[in-house]
Every structure is written in C-alpha cells, then in structure tokens.
Design a binder for this molecule. Structure first.
Ligand code: NAD
Ligand code: IPM
Ligand code: MN
Length: 352
C-alpha cells in the first residue's frame, strides 16, 4: 500500500481542534483510495514553550526534514509567549528554512456558504512569496525605551526570490484563465516595488499568452471586494500576500474556509499545509471553530503528495456537507461543533 509520512503539529488554540477534526477525513480518504497517512504528532507550540523555553525541540527542523509533508493547525498563544517570538522561531522559520517559497491560497465560495458580497462568483488563486521580503526579520532597535528610540525593519528582496515566485505565478495563470494580477506598491516603495515591477516585466516577456496587470496593492484589496470576478491568479510579496489573503478569506465566507499550502516546489524539503487563520483565542477550547479551512488544506496536501483523486474526493465531500447546510458551525450560522463538522465530512466521503 502507498504510504506517506506526515508530521502533524496541532499547535495552539483552535489549531488543536481543527486538526483533530481534519485528520479523520484525510485518513478516511486514504482508506478509500488505497493509501495510508503515517502521522506523527509533535506537541510544539505555546505550552511546549512554557515548559522548555522554546517553541519546538532543538532538533525540530532536522526531525521534520525526514517527513514527506507537514500538517499544521495554528501557532500563537500570547499569554505564554510573545507572538513575534512564537511565529519567528517556528512557523516562519519552517517556511524559510524549508524553502517553502510558494504560498498558495485559493479563494472561492464553497457550495452553500454565504459570502458577504452580493456577487460572489469568483475563483481566485493567490500566490504569496513566502520566504523573504518583509518577513526576513532583518532589523533591530536601539536606545530602547528612551525618547531617541529607533526601530528598523528591513525588507529584503532578491532577484532570485522575486523571479521564481513570478514565474510560478505565470505558470499557474497559463494553466487557468491566462490572467495574472501582480500586486506591488511602486508609487510609494521606490526601491523594492519598482524592482518587483521590473522583474515582472522581464518575466512577462516569456509569457506573451498571459495577460498580466500590475495593481497597487491597496487598489487590489478594494478590487477583491468590488470586482472579485475580474481577478484570477494573484501574485504578491510576503506581507502584501498576507493582507490580500485575509481579504480573500473574508469574501469567501470567513477565515474558517481559507486554506494555505506552503510549498517547496523543488521537493527538497517537506511542504507544509495549514489554514490561513490563526489560533483564534477568542473561541479556542469550545469545539466551535470551523475545520473546513484545515480540511481543504489537507486536500491540498493530498494533491501535492500525488493523490489527486483522494484530494478531489475530500473537496467533493466538503462541498456536499456545506451545500446541504445541515451541519454548520457558528460562523456559518449554525450550532454544530468542530467535531460534528469533521464527522459529517467523513460520512459524506462514503457517498461521493
Ligand atoms: P485569527 O485568525 O486567529 O482570528 C481572527 C478572527 O477569526 C477571530 O475572531 C476568530 O475567532 C475567527 N476565526 C479564525 N479562524 C476561525 C475558524 N476556523 N472558525 C471560526 N472562526 C475563526 O487571527 P488573530 O486573532 O489575529 O490571531 C490569533 C493568534 O493566531 C495570534 O497569536 C496570531 O499571531 C496567530 N496566528 C497564527 C497563524 C498561523 O499559525 N498560521 C495565522 C494567523 C494568526
Ligand atoms: C498567515 C499568518 C502569519 C503570516 C503570521 C501568524 C505570522 O498571518 O499565515 O497568514 O503573517 O504569515
Ligand atoms: Mn495572515
């Protein structure tokens, strides 16, 4: 039987609950499609930090390196560890060190799900640069706590980094509607974003069949709300992509639906699959979080592992359940639990 090793990091808050709901769906898909997910759980996150003074084991990255994929819930428990520490020493560190330079985030409204928009007939794929830019962590502070205090946070963009994400985006656009929206901000950021525009123009020359449009990121945020159907593939820097994809999540019905795949396209390192949302401390521990985003991310993981039919089954089961609207978590206007939503999708897998 085909078997895939998957490192599971539930993390903090609702991350633990949505992963618990998603795993039975993925195992059931494996059973139906003739493969096994060989999962190993790692209890890393805020509680681990409270005990050990670090977010994950000292050899955590080496351990993860041996897996074929990583499924992650969410990281962040500000009561136990400051967010910039937890994220930079774990989630962002994994993305950077495992050269997961592509962050794929699909935005469309699943059957039965209510978008806040009047017209929600869109199918957007956001491709976020995921390894450098505004997230490299270069900078520092001086004269801390004095009136002369300074803080510097330097975004670093390399030609290699910008070009590879743009090429990936053009390739995706070629396979879809041949339209690409490039988010920059070259009217204000006269070094880095002018550079992005130049690299984009050079790469575009290799894709004459793709209609590429450059937008200022602020205008593109607005366009996602006013004319979402005019947008297909989007490519953006790390920070711009972060912001655009919370807008994407909102228009697709909420953060409970937005999935995310952190890919190393070279397959040198394991890729990591998660939701766009975080640990949601405001609803954590109540079994009411929507697990759909993590289940969708799980489907993206199966697809990346080469189990395309299983990935499609999971998405059909997911939409069967959202479409029937009989099982709905509170964010969808219902009263069902995270666990009930997961089980309903497992049951639907038997029918699709
Ligand atoms: P968040 O995404 O956790 O929550 C934002 C809002 O959306 C909250 O009201 C929350 O209840 C709601 N929400 C999120 N996911 C939901 C779901 N599945 N079902 C129903 N409602 C859901 O963002 P935040 O509040 O800015 O961050 C909370 C913590 O998570 C912070 O520590 C932050 O740094 C961290 N974070 C981690 C990740 C990650 O691990 N990938 C992503 C984003 C934020
Ligand atoms: C996301 C999250 C992270 C990011 C945070 C938690 C650092 O918001 O995955 O979108 O900004 O990348
Ligand atoms: Mn985000």
């Amino acid at each position: 039987m085909r078997s895939y090793s998957v490192a599971v990091i539930p993390g903090d808050g609702i991350g633990i609950e949505v992963v618990a709901a998603a795993l039975p769906v993925l195992h059931a898909a494996g059973e139906r499609h003739g493969f096994q997910l060989d999962t190993t759980h790692f209890p890393w996150g805020g509680a681990y930090y409270a005990r050990h003074g670090e977010m994950m084991a000292a050899d955590g990255l080496q351990t993860l390196r041996g897996f074929q994929a990583i499924l992650l819930g969410a990281i962040g428990d500000a009561r136990l560890v400051p967010d910039h520490v937890s994220l930079h020493t774990m989630l962002l560190e994994i993305r950077r060190r495992f050269q997961q330079y592509i962050n794929l985030r699909p935005h469309r409204v699943l059957a039965g799900v209510r978008s806040p928009l009047r017209e929600a007939d869109f199918d957007i794929l956001c491709i976020r640069e995921n390894s450098e830019g505004e997230y490299v962590g270069a900078g520092g502070r001086a004269h801390v706590g004095t009136p002369n205090e300074v803080a510097v946070e330097t975004a670093i963009f390399t030609r290699q980094g910008v070009e590879r994400v743009l090429r990936f985006a053009f390739e995706q656009a070629r396979q879809r509607s041949r339209r690409l929206a490039i988010a920059t901000k070259s009217n204000a950021q006269k070094h880095s974003m002018v550079f992005w525009d130049e690299v984009a123009a050079a790469v575009a020359a290799d894709y004459p069949d793709v209609a590429a449009t450059t937008y200022h990121v602020d205008a593109l945020c607005a366009r996602l709300i006013t004319h979402p159907a005019s947008v297909d593939v989007v490519v953006a820097s790390n920070l711009f992509g972060d912001i655009l994809t919370d807008v994407g999540a909102a228009i697709q019905g909420g953060l409970g639906f937005a999935a995310s795949a952190n890919l190393d396209p070279t397959r040198t390192y394991p890729s990591m699959f998660e939701s766009v949302h975080g640990s949601a401390p405001d609803i954590a521990g109540r079994n009411i979080a929507n697990p759909c985003a993590t289940i969708w991310a799980g489907a993206m993981m199966l697809e990346f592992l080469g189990e395309r039919a299983a990935a499609a089954s999971v998405m059909r089961a997911l939409e069967t359940v959202t479409g029937a609207a009989q099982v709905r978590t509170p964010d969808m206007g219902g009263q069902h639990t995270t666990e009930e939503m997961g089980l309903a999708i497992v049951a639907a897998l038997g029918d699709v």
